[in-house]
Design a protein around this ligand. Structure first.
Ligand code: NAP
Length: 411
């Protein structure tokens, strides 16, 4: 007989779905610092719909988006879904992970019960008109981030996926390694290789903010794989060392500069001169590392308000700043003169499509891209790991927790 719930680490017989499961849950009454907002609770196991797959989660990757879910800001995800008729009243986050396909809805294609998979973290409506008319699904009005904008993400014993979110797990990886790289790896890959003609070519200098972070650690390696010259920005000697080991040609410690934040008003000559002195010093540091007076052809941006004026200024004429986030704020100032006179491009970039997710997995599977796993405990540690991220105190690399797997196991 099926039990109502199985303890973490226990596996029901293959394909048997218990009525309830454990999950790390956020409720609006707990919105605030992540270490308090997430709590392990017992909730009903979600049911799958048409085209959907229930996955037993073995391990889950930790990402910045669920810091925001925990805070309830800038988006109150529970309220947003409530407006669409979702009556759960809670959020189970988790945009990436690894696991075993456990049950199938109607019309599922390409996966079967028992398949070992990794999750790609974006969903869209395959029947949406813009998708049917051929738009990149990442630009579809129906596109949403799984386990952030949608409920029942990977911080639970079971999660609900669209069938196309399942990708074969690289067999040699542990469950935690497999859980930690798709989101940051594929997002960095799209920023660096997805926006022709601004794709990394051999010899291209690339500036990477937060080089030891999730995106940064993936970006340094991807630039190297493509023959580019990665220059990382960090805030400590320890993080600098980590970036060098991953292949950074050089590292800039942002603590040596203080021109961060919004641009001074152009009419304030004194403040503008001070800002210019700071940004030029930063640019000279970049030239020293690449060995010529050449700015980055691509800048990998995600820090946002504090750094975007610098990114736009130091970017080479005709180059591109590809931005996928705004951790430090959303008001991105830029001096328009530099944009048009130097014909620079500011490109928004969000997650990745299925091909990009597969290509990143192929690089990992081939041993060319290290997933940079930081093992961080189990489901009860989801809150503290997000808290570390919120405080910019997380260790270098990509954090993951085990959910149903034994730490370090492969199947
Ligand atoms: N749109 C998407 O698809 C997508 C996907 C993944 C991530 N993101 C976003 O990208 C951002 C970074 O994600 P992540 O996973 O790489 O996070 P992470 O692992 O926490 O790394 C972020 C890095 O940013 C750096 N940083 C912090 N404050 C900074 C500041 N004031 N100026 C410059 N750098 C600063 C930190 O490095 P130092 O302190 O050493 O400089 C840190 O290592 C988050 O906002 C996340 O939501 C977006």
């Amino acid at each position: 007989m099926t039990r109502t719930v199985y303890e973490l680490g226990e596996r029901p017989p293959m394909g048997v779905v218990p009525e309830q499961m454990y999950a790390s849950v956020i409720r609006p009454s707990r919105y605030g610092p992540p270490e308090k907002a997430f709590q392990v609770e017992r909730v009903d196991t979600p049911r799958v719909g048409r085209g959907q797959v229930l996955v037993m989660v073995m391990a889950a990757g930790i990402n910045y988006n669920n810091v925001w879910s925990a805070l309830g800001s800038p988006l109150d995800v529970v309220a947003m879904r409530g407006k669409r008729g979702d009556t759960t009243g809670f959020h189970i986050g988790g945009t990436e992970g690894s696991g075993i396909v456990w049950a199938l809805g109607e019309d599922v294609r390409g996966v079967k019960v028992g398949d070992e998979i990794v999750i790609s973290g974006v969903v869209w409506d395959e029947h949406a008109w813009d998708v049917r008319l051929g738009i990149d699904p990442m630009s579809s009005a129906s596109q949403e981030v799984f386990g952030y904008e949608t409920n029942y993400g990977s911080f639970a014993q079971f999660c609900v996926l669209e069938d196309y979110q399942c990708h074969p797990k690289p067999p040699d990886l542990t469950w935690e390694q497999a859980a930690c790289y798709v989101l940051t790896g594929a997002t960095a890959y799209r920023q660096l290789c997805g926006w022709e003609p601004h794709v990394v070519r051999p010899g291209d200098p690339v500036l990477i903010w937060g080089g030891s972070g999730g995106l940064g650690s993936m970006a340094i390696q991807i630039v190297r794989i493509r023959g580019g010259v990665p220059v990382a920005v960090v805030s400590s000697a320890e993080r600098a060392e980590y970036c060098r080991k991953l292949g950074a040609a050089g590292v800039i410690n942002r603590r040596e500069f203080d021109h961060w934040g919004r641009l001074p008003d152009v009419t304030d000559a004194e403040a503008s001169a001070r800002w210019m002195q700071g940004v030029r010093g930063f640019g000279r540091k970049f030239w020293e590392i690449v060995g010529e007076r050449r700015g980055p052809r691509i800048v990998l941006e995600h820090s946002g308000q504090d750094t975007i004026p610098t990114s736009m200024y130091v970017c080479d004429p005709g180059g591109m700043v590809a931005l996928c986030g705004g951790t430090t704020g959303y008001n991105g100032d830029l001096d328009l003169r530099h944009l048009w006179m130097r014909q620079k491009r500011l490109q928004g970039s969000h997650c990745a499509d299925l091909r990009e997710a597969r290509e990143v997995s192929a690089l990992v599977n081939a041993g060319l891209l290290d997933p940079c796993l930081v093992p961080c405990g189990d489901l009860s540690d989801v809150g503290t790991t997000h808290q570390l991220m919120y405080e910019n105190a997380n260790p270098p690399g990509n954090m993951a927790v085990v959910v149903n797997a034994e730490p370090g196991s492969r199947n």
